[in-house]
Design a protein around this ligand. Structure first.
Ligand code: SF4
Ligand code: SF4
Length: 73
C-alpha cells in the first residue's frame, strides 16, 4: 500500500518551455532534489526520477517557464 501511494505522489514531472526560458539557472539552484543541471547554459532535466513534485522550481522561475506534465509510465 505504501508503494502505491509513493508512486501516486510522483506522477508529475517538470517540463521547461524553451520559448520562455531565459537560462537564468534559478530552477537548477532551487530544486532540492538535483533534478536539473545547466548544460551549455540551458537547464536540462537530468534526474527525472528524483523529482518529488514539490514545484519549488516553478515557484522560483521568474518567467513562468516551468509547467508540469503527467508521467506516462
Ligand atoms: S518539482 Fe521539486 S523536485 Fe521536482 S524538479 Fe521541481 S523543485 Fe525539483
Ligand atoms: S528558472 Fe525559469 S527561466 Fe530560469 S533557467 Fe529555469 S526555466 Fe529557465
Amino acid at each position: 500500500m505504501h508503494k502505491y501511494l509513493l508512486n501516486k505522489k510522483h506522477l508529475m514531472l517538470p517540463n521547461i518551455e524553451k520559448r520562455r526560458c531565459a537560462s537564468c539557472g534559478a530552477c537548477v539552484s532551487a530544486c532540492p532534489a538535483g533534478v536539473f543541471e545547466l548544460t551549455l547554459d540551458n537547464p536540462t532535466i537530468v534526474k527525472p526520477s528524483a523529482c518529488t513534485g514539490c514545484k519549488v522550481c516553478a515557484l522560483n522561475c521568474p518567467h513562468g517557464a516551468i509547467h508540469f506534465k503527467r508521467k506516462t509510465e
